[in-house]
Design a protein around this ligand. Structure first.
Ligand SMILES: *Cc1c(COP(=O)(O)O)cnc(C)c1O
Length: 337
């Protein structure tokens, strides 16, 4: 791959396992379902942010920053892994929490990822709005100004789509790893199912595949926006990721496949399909999926199989992006179990 030019600090424990979900495949009586265990990337409960942030921290270390600043939802996994890498590298970390999910209970504000941030010594800030990516990024600049006035050297990890998706390179890497694993086992992969949020993961997967001349279709399950908005987001981010490896013409309109049938009432909000998916994954495969991302994506996988989208002799890979700690912030939704 031609992205060796980007500095990277290695944290992810790779290759992550590729496992057959034998019980779930049998239960649904469809294709063979596999899981790419990116929930096991290590470092403070792992998940997809470990691969993504390796590239941001490469840049952070190259620039000699001493304070890392970022933003996310209250139960952001991105914030947790940012804090974890900062801890390991001896940097300070400040996190801005956006108010993205309405009407949550105490566990949401105190447990899960919030608790872990506190343990790692992060300085926390509040941002009152939930859906204002540019406003949230602007507020990070205010924090950076304060750090500078205090004599520090801040680095802001922005999330709005005006910035190049450095983290997507981590998912270009993941695809190299996955295709090697499949080759070793003589396994033909017919489809990949992934969460689609900021689209660093979805976009990186597409760039990883197409840059290796693989036409495997990728099903992005919307976890934040309706399909129309998400389609544009993925196209934009995948193309921006392709530009990072000097392959501008790699991604086409018909590469983008998004499904918002599992979004429920919205970002971080549960519905029946999610509740079923979380329990099926745990009960049949001892796979722990979270209510915000991997659970909705599991619901998407199950839904696509039930709709007969795949043939029985096909092999489908579910990308488990982690998010485990957020489960403990959502104990309220499981009260009836
Ligand atoms: C952030 C996150 C996602 C979404 O990844 P994007 O690259 O932002 O699309 C999916 N799953 C988990 C567990 C996450 O933390």
């Amino acid at each position: 791959m031609s992205h060796d030019q980007y500095p990277r600090v290695r944290f992810a424990q790779t290759p992550t396992p590729l496992e057959l979900m034998a019980n779930l495949s049998k239960l649904l009586a469809g294709p063979d379902l596999y899981v790419k265990r990116d929930d096991l990337t290590g470092l403070a409960f792992g998940g997809n942010k470990v691969r993504q942030l390796e590239y941001y921290f490469g840049d952070i270390m190259e620039k000699g920053a001493d304070t890392v600043i970022t933003t996310g939802a209250t139960q952001s996994n991105h914030a947790r892994v940012t804090a974890a890498m900062a801890s390991k590298l001896g940097l300070k970390c400040e996190v801005q929490h956006e108010n993205r999910v309405p009407d949550r209970d105490d566990a949401y504000y105190e447990s899960g990822n919030v608790l872990l941030l506190k343990l790692m010594g992060v300085r926390l800030h509040d941002f009152p709005v939930g859906e204002d990516e540019h406003g949230a990024d602007a507020a990070l600049e205010d924090i950076a100004d304060r750090v500078r006035r205090e004599g520090g050297n801040p680095y802001v990890i922005p999330l709005a789509p005006t910035h190049p998706p450095l983290g997507a390179l981590g998912y270009v890497d993941m695809i190299g790893e996955l295709l090697d694993q499949a080759l070793e086992r003589g396994l033909r992969i017919d489809a990949i199912v992934t969460p689609s949020g900021s689209a660093s993961t979805h976009g990186g997967i597409l760039v990883g595949l197409r840059s290796r001349e693989s036409n495997i279709p990728v099903y992005g399950i919307c976890i934040r926006r309706p399909a129309d908005a998400q389609r544009e987001r993925v196209l934009d981010r995948a193309r921006a990721a392709a530009r990072l490896i000097q392959r501008q013409d790699l991604i086409h309109d018909d590469d983008i496949n998004v499904d918002d049938g599992y979004l429920g009432p919205g970002y971080g909000l549960p519905d029946e399909q999610l509740m079923e998916a979380i329990q099926l994954a745990a009960g049949k495969e001892a796979l722990i999926v979270d209510p915000v991302y991997s659970g909705k994506t599991m619901a998407g996988l199950i839904g696509l199989v039930r709709q007969g989208v795949f043939e029985k002799d096909q092999n489908v890979v579910f990308v488990h992006t982690g998010g485990t700690p957020a489960l403990f912030a959502y104990t309220g939704i499981f009260k009836d179990l």
